[in-house]
Design a protein around this ligand. Structure first.
Ligand code: CP3
Length: 320
């Protein structure tokens, strides 16, 4: 994730001329940014350039990106009644520009490089919709969840349908794998995950799986409820660095058909080169050549990351 983005000079060059939303809205620009890391780094897959929050535009929540604060939602959900007023969203038309970018990328990519499409998971989207932006404590989200459980479940049901259908539409447009990002789900207790999130992630993942391509279920901070997180679905489970890769894999079931994705700490890319190499080789040793490991960062690339550190990791993973 975030292969493109601010650590790449060619991305920053384009960003000088266009806002983030403009890059997302214009399929030819989104396609161009998607291809940048593939061309430069020779990674094995491309991840679509888009953002998990784009569905907030057709939902009428209002979306802007501020330079320092990140995403800002101008009409956040604060009252139960707002949930029932959310308009239906049809990904094929309301997010048609994303599907067009998928088609352009697929046409431009070499046949051996698959495109990964993605969407935000219901919980992570709900947290942005309610908080109105990033948060440290998820106070408004949890308060809404505890105080208005019916409205909470209705919101999650709607988001699950939306993102499940949106993911399936990306597969039909040519994406060869799909990733559901539950970036902030680790703020929950295992019991709250089971009660307030699990059935909705499961529904979104079911709808995505029906498209017939592999689905990656990504979360961070999921170590305390990893079994439940995996039970919600996904052919591949994405884990972060807070749990050793082999321990996570063991917990998914040693002989399960489940693949695993992870799990380098993005900050390790800022470490001295020998320390970075040691950490990359440790992850590879924990995967121990078993089939079904996708090497990835545990979370997104930081803007301060030196490009040659990313390149070194790609080369080590490729056997260098
Ligand atoms: O790797 C790629 O090129 C794929 C593109 C991609 C973006 N957002 C573009 C983007 C992907 C996969 C995402 C997913 C996304 N967006 C997630 C889930 C993955 C994760 O990192 O947890 C989340 C939570 C978001 C919401 C979001 N968008 C945030 C929190 C921010 C601000 C980030 C920050 O560090 O300030 C964004 C902005 C954003 N989306 C950027 C990019 C390249 C950087 C902003 C810019 O270029 O101005």
């Amino acid at each position: 994730m975030r292969q493109a983005g601010r650590y790449l000079p060619e991305y920053r060059e384009l960003r000088r001329k266009h806002s983030l939303l403009e890059l997302c809205h214009k399929p030819d620009l989104a396609a161009q940014v998607t291809l940048q890391p593939v061309e430069r780094l020779r990674v094995d897959a491309a991840i679509l350039f888009a953002d998990i929050l784009l569905p907030f535009e057709p939902l009428g929540l209002g979306l802007t990106f501020a330079a320092v604060e990140g995403p800002q939602i101008t009409r956040p959900i604060r009252e139960a009644a707002q949930v029932l007023d959310l308009p239906p969203v049809d990904p094929a038309t309301d997010l048609g520009y994303v599907l067009e970018a998928v088609r352009l990328v697929v046409r431009a990519l070499p046949a051996h490089v698959p495109l990964i499409g993605f969407a935000g998971a219901p919980f992570t989207l709900a947290s942005y919709a309610i908080e109105g932006g990033g948060t440290r404590d998820f106070m408004l989200t949890k308060r809404f969840m505890y105080a208005e459980p019916r409205a909470w479940h209705e919101l999650m049901r709607r988001l699950a349908e939306l993102v499940g259908n949106y993911l399936a539409a990306q597969a039909r447009a040519g994406a060869r794998a799909l990733q559901l990002f539950d970036s902030w789900v680790g703020c929950l207790s295992p019991a709250d995950y089971a009660t307030y999130v699990f059935p909705h992630s499961q529904r979104a993942l079911q709808l995505a799986a029906a498209a017939g391509v592999p689905v990656i279920h990504f979360g961070t901070g999921t170590a305390t409820f990893l079994e439940d997180f995996a039970r919600a679905g996904g052919d591949v489970i994405g884990v972060d660095w807070r749990i050793p890769l082999d321990v996570a894999w063991e917990r998914l079931g040693a002989d399960s058909k489940r693949a695993i994705q992870g799990n380098l700490d993005p900050v390790a890319l800022l470490a001295p080169r020998p320390e970075l190499e040691r950490r990359v080789r440790d992850i590879l040793a924990r995967a121990a050549g078993r089939p079904g490991h996708i090497f990835n960062l545990g979370h997104g690339v930081l803007p301060e990351t030196p490009v040659d550190a990313v390149q070194a990791v790609v080369d080590w993973v490729h056997g260098g």
